[in-house]
Design a protein around this ligand. Structure first.
Ligand code: TXA
Ligand code: MG
Length: 337
């Protein structure tokens, strides 16, 4: 039993009730925490300009202070004073993709507290494409710092119930706007370097970014011991509790599943097409065979299987193409090969 439970307020995802939004915005203005849906995953919001409020985010998530948070704005003009310089590429990308699942890392201005950037010289900015998020930021009248609304290193929440289960005893309110449409976290692009660097692949594929601003550097898998350009690059992040392994070949995956079943294990499988294996010890989740559909359902599948008391999860690993990069990245981080 939780000793404390936050309030959960249901909102229409397309036309949120202004009265509920105003109440949530008032809580943010008091320096307290509100979880809200974005088009990617649920965020845990606090006033980005108030260090005490931002420190509550780190407390609720158990997040290390070296991991900076994304600042959310209601429109591009609200981002500009938060940056000490606003590169041409930022302007071009904001015009094309905001509101949307793209986070831009730019030099920070003096308005941004140290805690938001983990003391670093840059700030990550994003304008989310979700009516509830936009209405909340607008009503609060301030930029909102918001990491994903889960305990540090767990799978991000795509439903209000995921937020409740993970941190419902540590925050003030959850705005429940139903499932988040994109399903994986935003693409993070660093514009503070000579050549823009993709720090986290996401719903907006790198080739699409390149069609607007020219070449970008693809993400480098960071191994331990090397300083991290972005903590989102930690190898094991976004992970379920149940062990997960991933396979790009359908045949090898089917063999693995048969072997595990034969050894008496109860399994969860995430695939775009049924493996055709029948067993009462097998729970199979089918996701749409395209990158957008797969991303939309992936975290919910991981959450569901992770709470189904299984011994092991087995997932299909998509190809290393630009379109699949975000899904592939999350699966590799969630996997424990
Ligand atoms: O879709 C999203 O981006 C969601 C929703 C809520 O907006 N937010 C999210 O936040 O995923 P979080 O904190 O879970 O992930 C933020 C990522 C981390 O990988 C963090 O290291 C990176 O952005 N990041 C934040 N500020 C940065 C900075 N100044 N430089 C480099 N990376 C930064
Ligand atoms: Mg996160």
């Amino acid at each position: 039993m939780l000793l404390f439970e936050c309030d959960v307020w249901t909102v229409d995802p397309l036309h949120p009730d202004p009265e509920i939004i105003a109440r949530a915005a008032a809580i943010l203005r008091q320096g307290r925490l509100v979880a809200f849906p974005t088009e990617t995953v649920y965020g845990l919001g606090a006033n980005a300009l108030d260090p005490l409020a931002v420190s509550r985010i780190f407390g609720a998530k158990g997040r290390p202070a070296r991991n900076p948070v994304i600042v959310h704005v209601a429109k591009p003009e609200q981002a500009i004073p938060l940056a000490s310089s606003w590169p041409k590429a930022a302007q071009q990308l904001a015009e094309r993709f905001w509101p949307g699942p793209l986070t831009l890392v730019v030099p920070r201005s003096a308005l941004i507290p140290d805690l938001v950037t983990a003391g670093g010289p840059t700030v990550a900015l994003r304008c989310p494409a979700h009516p509830v998020a936009l209405a909340l930021i607008e009503a609060a009248g301030m930029p909102i710092a918001a990491p994903s609304a889960n305990r540090s290193s767990e799978i991000s929440p795509t439903l209000a119930s995921h937020v409740f289960r993970s941190i419902g005893d540590r925050i003030d309110v959850i705005l429940d706007g139903g499932p988040t449409p994109s399903g994986i976290e935003s693409t993070v692009l660093d514009l503070s370097t000579d050549i823009p660097r993709l720090l986290r692949p996401g719903p907006i594929a790198p080739d699409l970014l390149e069609s607007i601003i020219g070449p970008i550097q693809r993400v480098v898998q960071v191994t331990s011991g090397v300083p991290l350009p972005s903590p989102g690059l930690l190898a094991r992040h976004y992970a379920p509790r149940t062990l997960l392994d991933c396979w790009s070949s359908r045949e090898e995956m089917a063999t693995r599943v048969r072997d595990l079943l034969a050894s008496g294990q109860r399994l969860g499988v995430i695939v775009p097409q049924s493996l055709g294996i029948t067993s009462s010890s097998l729970k199979e989740v089918l996701l749409p065979p395209d990158p957008v559909g797969y991303a939309a359902g992936l975290y919910q599948a991981l959450h569901d299987l992770d709470t189904a008391k299984l011994d092991r999860l087995v997932g299909w690993l998509p190809p290393e193409t630009d379109a699949w990069l975000g899904v592939r990245d999350r699966l590799l981080r969630a996997a424990t090969l």
